[in-house]
Write a protein that binds this ligand. Structure first.
Ligand SMILES: [Zn+2]
Length: 196
């Protein structure tokens, strides 16, 4: 069978197209952290190790990643006065969103980034992924399955037990990936996106 993680029509549906595993800029988290205050400069570190420098000069949030620089417009709207909520504007479509996700070094909305929720594909067959992400966070590892784990020697005895549970669960995920691939392929064929 052709791989379900290969080319499907206009894009490539691969595990890195799963929104849940991408770095995410959430407007409410930024707001709580004080990153949307005029002239605020915030260093923003993700569990994956990605480091951003955020500078807010209304109406723009400047997102710097090494030498790469992106300008994200921020607007405020009032769904129910006096409550005021911020929006981050996607650099591609201009729509106001509550979150943008990193794709190829650029933060974009879910639609423009062609991202999809993990639960729509993977959790149908591998409900243990949520549990895996939870366990990985407990030992301060990246929640994405199969990403590197901290050295065993750096962990406390209770964390070592969790380390073992993570390895066992990941083996189970590998065993069930065949089902995910079949599911993605069937959906792609049904929608006419994958040539038969
Ligand atoms: Zn967009």
């Amino acid at each position: 069978m052709p791989s379900a993680f290969g080319t499907i029509g206009w894009g490539t549906y691969a595990p890195d197209r799963v929104l849940d595993f991408r770095a995410r800029l959430d407007v409410f988290v930024l707001l709580r952290a004080g990153a949307l205050v005029e002239n605020a400069i915030t260093n923003w570190r993700f569990e994956s190790g990605l480091l951003l420098r955020l500078a807010f000069h209304a109406p723009n949030l400047i997102v710097e990643q090494g030498s790469q620089r992106q300008q994200v417009a921020v607007s405020w709207y009032s769904p129910c006065p006096p409550i005021v909520r911020p929006h981050l504007h996607c650099p591609t479509c201009g729509q106001g969103r509550y979150a943008l996700h990193e794709v190829g070094g650029i933060f974009t909305c879910r639609i423009c980034g062609e991202l999809d929720y993990a639960c729509r594909h993977i959790n149908r067959h591998t409900p243990q992924l949520n549990q895996l992400a939870r366990l990985r966070r407990k030992i301060r590892a990246d929640p994405a399955p199969f990403s590197p784990l901290p050295p065993l020697s750096s962990l406390r005895p209770t964390q070592r037990k969790i380390f073992g549970q993570i390895l066992a669960l990941e083996q189970g995920v590998v065993a069930s990936m065949g089902g995910v691939a079949d599911d993605l392929e069937a959906r792609a064929k049904k929608s006419g996106m994958l040539r038969r």
